[in-house]
Design a protein around this ligand. Structure first.
Ligand SMILES: Nc1nc2c(c(=O)[nH]1)N[C@H]1C(S)=C(S)[C@@H](COP(=O)(O)OP(=O)(O)OC[C@H]3O[C@@H](n4cnc5c(=O)[nH]c(N)nc54)[C@H](O)[C@@H]3O)O[C@H]1N2
Ligand SMILES: Nc1nc2c(c(=O)[nH]1)N[C@H]1C(S)=C(S)[C@@H](COP(=O)(O)OP(=O)(O)OC[C@H]3O[C@@H](n4cnc5c(=O)[nH]c(N)nc54)[C@H](O)[C@@H]3O)O[C@H]1N2
Ligand code: SF4
Ligand SMILES: [Mo]
Length: 706
């Protein structure tokens, strides 16, 4: 497809776009990328690739991608020098903080930060230097419940047991669609092949989802579940497992605390009572229980559909309990923590944990130094001491990615000053006064600190830059150093610039568990990656709880069962529709719609609605409809189909770039509206503060022509 020529240069490098860690072979001619394909020699991905990686060509060559710092003057963007840009941002931040207090500055970090070594290792120092406690990130519209559960049960927010899908005999998937997303908190190139292999070994894959997803279609079985009722389903399932025999917890010896307390609280619900509101027949739940009970190994895994709903933390806790009582926690074929080359747990790392304060306006919980992003707009638009008056966004698009996007939009517009470290003028950064764009990712050296640590094998890979950094451009970490220094100067504080990522990384590798053999040089000598072996049980010796035991019954989780009873089990049945999300192989959250290669072809922005629900409302396929929630409404196109269960409508997030001032030629021409313009910022999982983007009550009605 790429018409290669002998003069082409080939660089091998892993893709940074999603969590799957695919090795790429990138072909260039001069300063042009002419082809991207899978690196068949990659020790982990063995040539697997998806359409997003090929679209890196579009992103790199995108005429809308910023290549120099810009300052907004009216509706114009004027190029400025780096020193001027740093000084401007630093002096404005400093002045606003002097006038209104240190917390008048807010910071939001988006998802791409987790994929870039120069952000994950280097941003924290600059952020600390900026002295504000008003910090937010995409974590609280994503995986925060996993961290809260890991901290409470295992003593470290990053001690996340990863499903051992290559060895399991039974994979129960709840609220995840790895065939579209390529997996999350489970880095696994080519999930489709690995999922099929479960069946080929005689195992089973069972999917629990309100939508018959691509994953559901290839699974052994799929059960529709009423959105937001998974906590009840998991309680029923745990109880059904306990009916088959005592908990199989011998392997944990005396390293369990609170198991009886947890199980007693769960038993109080029974199987039938808990199953009733889920829409899944009790016999089906008993079947799953006996399959898990008799399988040589099994693992339950829940992602976005479980984390971003009103019971995110309780769902993730119950998944741990289920894996534990079936003896599958910390076992081959079950769920095990990784042992990454750059340690994210253990000595010298930050264990996380609840904050010592609550959010100012709504008293939301703070975890690991971050406030829930659902509270960001109210922290900006609510008057009073401690109100945010200036913002810095770093590789984040909260207008499209966080709840009540229109309120976020208005809040950002009301700021005294905003700066963004970003590559585009998009829905969010259009509100900035200054944008600081890092050089194209293809000119960075990269190492996946986070996703190597979440992979289904222990792997490591250093990714060479494809191009030299263009003259005058800066890497992300150089921007943090520049801004940190300028801020220190403006405030008379101290800032110590960080050395290049390769230096920090080399130290981290040498200090890590494979430090005797792994270093930058060793990784450079292995351009297709290093396999460090299959996951192995290690949780028990690595527990960081004070008593070195698994805490099975954290008080806040057990207490939340009362809410499960009140809001799921005892709730009166309603006929209201519930909105859930979906991803497509050709999307990447909200920011790749300017890539022509991903947006051509059929529309992917429609609202899926069940034929019965459509008929009741007089809606036919292709109709324009109004989707409304407590916070507002959007107009979308209906696609009538039975891939959603009755009572459920399904819409992808990340559309709706067509807003005034956005400079994305391809994206703004697309149809579609933003899911998060109806997502409700007051709907969240109160235990963690994670936004409840899914299972949202909505109404759908035809748009009547006037
Ligand atoms: N309704 C709904 N909402 C959701 C979700 C959902 O399932 N449903 N999913 C949630 C999840 S899981 C996540 S992770 C969040 C993501 O939330 P965000 O991270 O806030 O949003 P993204 O769409 O990933 O936007 C990434 C931003 O980074 C910029 N960017 C891209 N590459 C680079 C780079 O190399 N350097 C810099 N500096 N900037 C770059 C882009 O221009 C864009 O502004 O969205 C969440 N929102
Ligand atoms: N192509 C593509 N890949 C991506 C991304 C992308 O935007 N596009 N984003 C990346 C990111 S940042 C992340 S975090 C991962 C996420 O990866 P996944 O967790 O696999 O996310 P989704 O594909 O959104 O799948 C979520 C599923 O939850 C279901 N669901 C919604 N509500 C409920 C509920 O109440 N109960 C149950 N049981 N299910 C429910 C939805 O129907 C959907 O099928 O994907 C990553 N990979
Ligand atoms: S699956 Fe993910 S890592 Fe692999 S090529 Fe696609 S976007 Fe990149
Ligand atoms: Mo995410």
């Amino acid at each position: 497809m790429d018409g290669s020529s002998p003069q082409d240069r080939v660089t091998h490098r892993a893709c940074h776009l999603c969590e799957a860690l695919c090795g790429l072979e990138i072909r260039t001619r001069g300063d042009q990328v002419v082809g991207v394909r899978g690196d068949v020699q990659d020790t982990f991905s063995r040539g697997h690739i998806c359409p997003k990686a090929v679209a890196l060509i579009d992103v790199h060559h995108d005429p809308d991608r910023l290549t120099e710092p810009v300052r907004r003057e009216g509706d114009q963007w004027v190029p400025i020098g780096w020193d001027e840009a740093f000084e401007l941002v630093a002096t404005r931040f400093a002045a606003i903080q002097r006038e209104h207090g240190a917390n008048a500055l807010g910071i939001y970090l988006g998802n791409p930060n987790a994929h870039h070594v120069g952000s994950i290792l280097h941003a924290p120092a600059m952020i600390r230097a900026l002295q504000t406690r008003n910090r937010f990130s995409a974590t609280s519209v994503d995986q925060l419940p996993h961290h809260v559960v890991a901290y409470a049960m295992y003593g470290h927010y990053f001690m996340l047991p990863i499903p051992d899908i290559d060895h399991t005999a039974y994979w129960l998937i709840l609220g995840a669609n790895p065939l579209a997303s390529n997996g999350s908190l489970m880095s696994a190139p080519d999930v489709a092949k690995r999922l099929k292999a479960v069946g080929d070994r005689g195992g089973k894959v069972v999917v629990i989802d309100p939508v018959r997803t691509e994953t559901a279609e290839v699974a052994t079985r799929h059960h529709f579940i009423k959105p937001g009722t998974d906590a009840a389903f998991l309680i029923a399932l745990v109880n059904a497992v306990l009916e088959l025999g005592p908990p199989r917890v011998e392997r944990y010896g005396d390293q369990l605390s609170g198991l009886d307390t947890a199980l007693e609280a769960i038993r109080a619900f029974g199987v039938e009572g808990a199953a009733a509101p889920t829409g899944i027949p009790v016999e089906a739940i008993r079947t799953i229980a006996s399959e898990i009970h008799s399988a040589p190994s099994a693992v339950a895994y829940g992602r976005i559909g479980l984390s971003t709903q009103p019971f995110g933390t309780t769902c993730q806790w119950l998944i741990q309990i289920l894996n534990l009582i079936t003896g599958n926690l910390d076992r081959v074929g079950g769920a095990m923590p990784t042992l990454p080359a750059v340690a994210l747990t253990g000595p010298g790392t930050r264990p996380g944990g609840p904050g010592s304060f609550k959010s100012r306006v709504s008293q939301h919980p703070v975890f690991s130094g971050e406030l829930p992003v659902a509270a960001m707009s109210e922290e900006i638009d609510t008057a009073g001491e401690g109100r945010i008056r200036a913002m810095l966004t770093i590789a984040g698009n909260p207008v499209s990615s966080t709840p009540n996007g229109r309120r976020v939009d208005r809040a950002l517009d009301s700021l005294e000053f905003m700066a963004a470290i970003d590559i585009y003028v998009n829905e969010t950064t259009r509100h900035a006064d200054v944008i600081l764009p890092p050089a194209s990712m293809l000119s960075h050296e990269n190492y996946d600190v986070v996703f190597n640590a979440l992979a289904i094998r222990n792997v490591a890979r250093l990714n060479a830059p494809v191009f030299a950094k263009p003259e005058g451009a800066l890497y992300d970490w150089e921007i943090y150093n520049g801004l940190g220094a300028a801020y220190a100067k403006a405030t008379g504080t101290a800032f110590k610039a960080m050395p290049a990522p390769s230096v920090v990384l080399d130290g981290a590798l040498r200090a890590g568990p494979y430090g005797k053999t792994l270093s930058i040089a060793a990784l450079q000598a292995a351009p297709h990656g290093v396999d460090l072996g299959a996951l192995a049980p290690s949780l028990l010796e690595r527990l960081e709880t004070p008593d070195k035991k698994i805490a099975c019954a954290p008080e806040a989780f057990v207490a939340d069962l009362a809410r499960v009873r009140r809001e799921i089990i005892d709730a009166a049945a309603t006929s209201e529709l519930r909105l859930v999300g979906r991803r497509h192989l050709r999307s990447n959250n909200s920011w790749m719609h300017n890539a022509h290669r991903l947006t051509k072809g059929p529309r992917r922005d429609q609202l899926w609605i069940h034929p019965d629900d459509a008929a009741k409302r007089g809606i036919v396929d292709g109709n324009e409809v109004t989707l409304a929630s407590r916070v507002g409404c959007i107009q979308v196109t209906a696609k009538v189909c039975d891939r959603v269960m009755p009572g459920v409508v399904c819409l992808p997030h990340g559309f709706g770039q067509a807003r005034e001032g956005v400079r994305l030629a391809t994206a703004t021409a697309l149809a579609g509206a933003s899911y998060n313009d109806v997502a409700d910022e007051t709907a969240l999982d109160p235990v963690s503060g994670n936004a409840a983007l899914n299972a949202l009550p909505v109404t759908v009605s035809p748009v009547t022509s006037r």
